[in-house]
Write a protein that binds this ligand. Sequence first.
Ligand code: URA
Ligand code: CA
Length: 433
Amino acid sequence: MRMVDLIKKKRDGLPLSKDEIEFIINGYTTGDVTDYQMSALLMAIYFNDMIDEEITWMTTAMSQSGDMIDLSAINGIKVDKHSTGGVGDTTTLVLAPLVASVGAKVAKMSGRGLGHTGGTIDKLEAIPGFKVELENDEFIKFVNESNVAVTGQSGDLAPADKKIYALRDVTATVDSIPLIASSIMSKKIASGADAIVLDVTTGDGAFMKSLEDAERLAHTMVRIGHLANRQTMAIISDMSQPLGNAIGNANEIKEAIDALKGNGPEDLMQMVYTLGSQMVVLAEKADTLEEARQLLEDSVASGKAADKFKEMIRNQGGDDSVVDFPEKLPQANYNIEVPAKKSGIISKIVADQIGVAAMLLGAGRRTKEESIDYAVGLILNKKVGETVFEGESLVTIQSNRENVEDVLKVIYDNIEIGEVGEEPVLIHKIITE
Ligand code: URA
Ligand code: CA
């Protein structure tokens, strides 16, 4: 087999076979296929797309390119949740302990943030002492005993994806549905969960700007999951504005604690109960979504959910007293209010740009090497559809520097106040096949 012939085949719009796709992925992982050949192929895929079979073969080959995590030592159905990316997305922090508190097993591998999106692992590190790099046997022990553990990606998970993703980043081939679907699902499959709940985000803050593309991506990933024998479903959610009110690290831990006690922002609670109910049903801890939701609401009301978060923090070496005393989390030196320049209705809050504003403060990293200031971030005091009066605070900037002119400019440029504005629909669709 010659790579040049396979590039030509894809260039001419023909589907590749299983053997051909394995040849490409294995060859690229070992270095036998060069970057320039792979770049040409990725561009051909970008323009000519792939059929479901090709995407599935590609996903399988990438998932098998490195370690396959074996979670069989954990009793019961392991559920995982993944989001295609958002700003201020506190959902995983709430869901992991909440779903575990009603008996589902959550063995969660999470990532760090880059650019305008935050990562769950960074947020957890805002808790004093919290350890995010767990040994495999510790990870399994905590999930068996406490139903939950969250760890950074360990070992050599889907190295083919790592290499291809880096190449896509510099060849303008990131926003391709078959490439995104195979990238995400290869890691989910390699990390060993039995059931996968996907949150496919759409809007300014997301990869998929249109609902139509988000739907295609969701269907594609769900079908790949099923073909790989994993129970898989997806919701399509709005990420035109950030989720909840807090965008940062320590402030999102505080927001998660509020949510676990039933006092979270409305949109975050809606996401949590929708995704959480699906996870509980997939884990066979309830027969219907209604029953699952009731279990989750009861757990929040009784304090069980917050207690589970304490247990998870304790297991992983953190100070669990932050759950009752969130002021023990890192705090910024300055709280700076951003007053509205006129009265009206909030018509737009551009999610990715608000993520950039938080990154400028130090809540996120521009490059993989940068470090994070856990204490800083933004609190949105108004969301789309709310009325605001001139002089009222739109946002609270939590900063460790006094001069925040650059951040103010980004905020003012990306929050629009108009005559009309409606609260956006948060959950567009539920995709099960
Ligand atoms: N997240 C991934 O892991 N891969 C993509 O291609 C896009 C988002
Ligand atoms: Ca949030």
